[in-house]
Write a protein that binds this ligand. Sequence first.
Ligand code: MG
Length: 265
Amino acid sequence: MKYCRFQWEGKAHYGLVETAAGSDTITRLLLHPPEEIDDLEGLPSKRITPLSLAEASLLPPVRPSKIVCVGRNYREHAAELGNEVPAEPLLFFKPTSALLAPGQNIRRPQLSQKVDYEGELGVVIGKTCHKLQENDDVRPYILGYTCVNDVTARDIQKKDGQWTRGKGFDTFCPVGPLVTTELDPWAGVTVETRVNGEVRQHGSTKDFIFALDVVLRYISQVMTLFPGDLIATGTPQGVGPLVAGDVVEVSVEGIGVLRNPVVDE
Ligand code: MG
């Protein structure tokens, strides 16, 4: 199942997305937030006149209580920034105020001279989880997957020594365009970032240093994850700067393309 959130007749709605002949169409309104429902097959819905996903006024498809991110989860990316491969997952937060819908502008703040893209696979939590144990299967706690751009003010991240400001500006967390339940990151899915159509990052989730089950168990030892929470799983090598006028696209195989223009604040 695939779903999005969108503005329709003056209100925010969840929409069921169906893919036919390579094109994504919103065919039904979902009458409850998918993250609050156990049985997605039986989710109440209402048929609407089909609306192309590309023409819909999309909203971020998640409404997380928190956004937990993994730093340096690909070996080559750790190396390109001169960092050691961590012995345990390295975690940080992005604030929910940074969320940005597909198509909306990433604003480069005046405080930074170097704003980088980081294309990532996003995991959406579907069931409250706390202190998952070694033999617990993490899959029942995952609702689905989406694309995330972990936009980063690299100069501020380096200067501060911790990452709250560098990762936390408004518009620094584009997410979408949809959430799919039909993906197996353990098998390896391609994560690609393009700037103005040129490929800058091309990785596979099979190269994660820490697999998703390790990451979810690790986070859940510290904090309870709630339905709708978003995990950004780390970026492959090839990060680089954005300037005003650029259009950045993060695409994850099986999900779609998250496209955002860049402007100066
Ligand atoms: Mg990142």
